[in-house]
Write a protein that binds this ligand. Structure first.
Ligand SMILES: [Zn+2]
Length: 399
């Protein structure tokens, strides 16, 4: 006899719940364990929680969607594979993954200073120790486990404004927290802001930064860039050493989280990862309030400059108030130009319309087919998807 298409009991997944957690809750409504539900309900072998939450077989996801009456994307989003390409470029490590993900942006250091480090078999955010984090208050009100608690991606729970903690055991049956309940160090305000932004990226797909809203994919890469910059070996900092030291002094943790030899963030112990999150949060706050000079894509973190409203007096007029029409210096103008260029390039990586405008603008200077092809190569090197430009082809390129 064929099993019924739709399971009679199927609790709705909570927002950002992991597949293993939802399956466990579904199975428990029948008095079963999830492996029993997979075996008797779907004829599948047992999967570990890690297998279910990382990249389970597609046909299993399709069957679960049917049995629970859920959209396939909703079921996929309960796995890490459902977060490609927003959070991960791919779950399969490739030789240039690190460079592509971590070095495309820069906030504190010129990208060339960090480029020597490219760990093998690396996937962003996937902790090599298989970290399990949770919010004590969230878990006291139910055994729903969030997908992102399995990644070192946030350090606190925005709902309860408390630190995430590591634990042993299984929240539905038994849980042993790694730290005593009263061992909650105060959360710095900057870390609350940082984690709130990451949650906004996860739940809405974009983040409101002081200058403008950015796509979640940009946010995750910006954050990972900052974590890399704050743990770069001291010898690479050059003129930026003092700035980076100020960030670490500000948050009161050892310089570079006390690292003696460089390791990617994902390989570090949670204690060091938390210190790096606090340093990243402090650095962002300091860039935003102007107490830290930053470079590259950092302009996204700075508020829009206040443009004085003209009283109608022509610039440079002798009747104007002395100093009111202060002309920018060449340095200031150049900074504006480079900041605008970097903003355009960063936006063009994710927005086809911006990419097309940028290409059209740059093409004005092209007088031959070879120079247009060279421009396309430059866009490729800048990791602006060339298929964004397909609409520009066929126009008269050498006008
Ligand atoms: Zn919570």
């Amino acid at each position: 006899m064929r099993p019924p298409e739709r399971w009679p009991l199927h609790p709705s997944p909570a927002a950002t719940e992991s597949l293993s957690s939802w399956l466990r809750r579904t199975a428990s409504s029948y008095g079963m364990y999830s492996h029993q539900l997979l075996e008797h309900g779907l004829g599948h072998r047992e999967f570990s929680d890690a297998e279910l939450d990382l990249d389970p077989p597609r046909h299993l996801l399709d069957e679960l969607a049917k049995r629970a009456g859920l959209d396939q994307h909703r079921v996929q989003a309960m796995t890490m594979a459902g977060w490609v390409p927003w959070l991960f470029d791919s779950l399969t490590p490739a030789p240039d993954t690190y460079e592509t993900y971590v070095h495309q942006f820069s906030l504190l250091l010129p990208p060339g200073r960090r480029i020597v480090y490219a760990p093998r078999n690396w996937v962003p955010w996937l902790s090599t120790s298989g970290i399990r984090l949770g919010c004590r208050e969230c878990l006291e009100s139910g055994a729903t486990i969030l997908l992102f608690w399995q990644l070192p991606l946030t350090a606190s729970c925005p709902a309860h404004r408390r630190r995430l903690e590591t634990y042993e055991g299984h929240p539905a049956d038994y849980i042993k927290w790694a730290t005593p309940a009263d061992d909650q160090r105060e959360l710095p305000e900057s870390l609350i802001v940082l984690d709130r932004r990451t949650w906004q990226a996860i739940t809405t797909g974009s983040v409101n930064l002081p200058r403008r809203s950015v796509h979640a994919g940009v946010w995750f890469r910006l954050l990972r860039t900052l974590l890399d910059e704050l743990s770069t070996p001291q010898g690479r900092y050059g003129r930026q050493l003092e700035d980076v030291r100020r960030v670490w002094d500000h948050c009161g943790h050892p310089f570079r989280a006390g690292l003696h030899s460089w390791q990617p963030f994902e390989s570090l112990h949670w204690t060091r990862q938390q210190q790096l999150f606090e340093a990243a949060a402090a650095a962002m706050a300091m860039i935003e309030d102007g107490t830290l000079t930053a470079i590259g894509t950092s302009h996204l973190l700075r508020p829009e400059p206040k443009t004085p409203i003209s009283d109608g007096t022509p610039p440079g007029s002798l009747t104007g108030t002395p100093g009111a029409q202060k002309q920018p210096t060449l340095d200031e103008l150049w900074n504006q130009v480079t900041a605008t260029r970097d903003a355009c390039i960063a936006a063009a990586k994710t927005d086809p319309v911006v990419a097309k405008h940028l290409f059209d603008f740059a093409r004005y200077g092209c007088r031959s087919e070879a120079s247009v092809l060279g421009l396309r190569d430059t866009f490729g090197e800048l990791q602006i998807p060339l298929d964004f430009l397909s609409q520009t082809e066929g126009d008269e390129p050498f006008a």
